[in-house]
Ligand binder design. Structure first.
Ligand SMILES: [Zn+2]
Length: 324
């Protein structure tokens, strides 16, 4: 052989912790737009390209911002066996019980999503189109991550059980191979009575799948032996990948789990956007389609919002459970 065959182990290091491959993240954000009611869909459709492309901004930020990483996961099993049911649902209660440092060390995904909900609601209230869009895209990212079972466990890459690489396998390789066959029709966005509790329900549901995600891979690995991997050419490199046959067997044994999780993520994202908009008083978004507020206008709106919040604090209980 003339050229040295460069073989690298494709464990998806680049995608590690990322939560879905880029493709799936974009799909989830894009498809959630189509769950929205007529009053919202025009504005989101006009910005469809941004909403889907910005789906991965939150992952990019992890390299620049130290606080970003723990927003993408929660290693809930660190806190014990049934911790996913027992963990305080609201941030302040969780801080009281475990302290902020511990929470941040093992991930703050569900609480951060609730903070993001308030930010989006506020952006709707001040009618700040660019903020509505960037927050909507980021929320899409975190909601998608919440639906990846491996984002809810300390054994996030199978590293504790000799299954390294399973993270990217589940969230990137399988969707890349089979997601064109998925059915993405999830119906209309519905109002969430309590966004924080809804996020926790998603985390519980995701976490219940962790056992299947890992045990099925283990069983099939034993069955497939060396056939588990094959080699593919990517650009100038030949990389080791999970073989098509192994991937197919895994997807089948999961019995539609990945499709189901993607569908749940799409639906919940639509629900989140819709709920924030309703709670903001259903502002007219049609006027925002071509609208660009000046910085002075936005500053004024932020001041008004702060004043409104001060008023509210006097009259009713604070909004509990927001992360810093
Ligand atoms: Zn992520």
């Amino acid at each position: 052989m003339k050229t040295l065959l460069k073989v690298i182990l494709f464990t998806g290091i680049f995608l590690l912790f990322s939560g879905w491959g880029f493709h799936a993240h974009r799909q989830i954000n894009r498809l959630a737009v189509f769950t929205l009611p007529p009053e919202m869909i025009g504005f989101y459709k006009a910005n469809l390209q941004y909403i889907s492309e910005a789906a991965v901004n939150a992952d990019r930020r992890r390299f620049a911002v130290v606080e970003e990483a723990p927003r993408h996961y929660i290693d809930i099993d660190h806190y014990g066996d049934s911790a996913v049911y027992k963990m305080p649902r609201f941030w302040n209660d969780a801080v009281e019980k475990f302290g902020e440092d511990t929470l941040k060390a093992y991930g703050i995904l569900p609480w951060h999503l609730y903070t993001m909900y308030f930010r989006l609601r506020d952006a709707f209230m001040v009618k700040d189109p660019s903020r509505i869009l960037s927050l909507s895209a980021d929320i899409g990212h975190y909601i998608a991550d919440a639906h990846v079972p491996l984002h809810t466990t300390e054994n996030y890459n199978g590293q504790l059980t000799g299954q390294e690489g399973i993270h990217a396998f589940w969230e990137s390789r399988i969707p890349e191979l089979f997601s064109t066959e998925y059915d993405y029709f999830v119906g209309k966005a519905t109002y969430l009575e309590n966004a924080q509790i809804a996020v926790w329900e998603a985390i519980v549901q995701s976490h219940r799948e962790v056992d299947s995600v890992l045990s099925i891979e283990k069983r099939l690995s034993e069955q497939f032996g060396e056939q588990k991997y094959s080699f593919e050419t990517k650009g100038k490199q030949t990389v080791r990948v999970y073989s098509y046959e192994f991937s197919k067997a895994y997807a089948e044994a999961l019995n539609g789990m990945i499709e189901r999780q993607m569908r749940l993520a799409i639906k919940m994202l639509g629900d989140f956007w819709f709920t924030a908009w309703v709670d903001a008083g259903q502002p007219d978004l049609k006027s925002l389609i071509n609208y660009k507020p000046t910085e002075a206008e936005l500053e004024q709106r932020r001041k008004e919002l702060e004043a409104w919040k001060q008023q509210r604090i006097k009259t009713r209980e604070h909004e509990s459970g927001t992360t810093p």
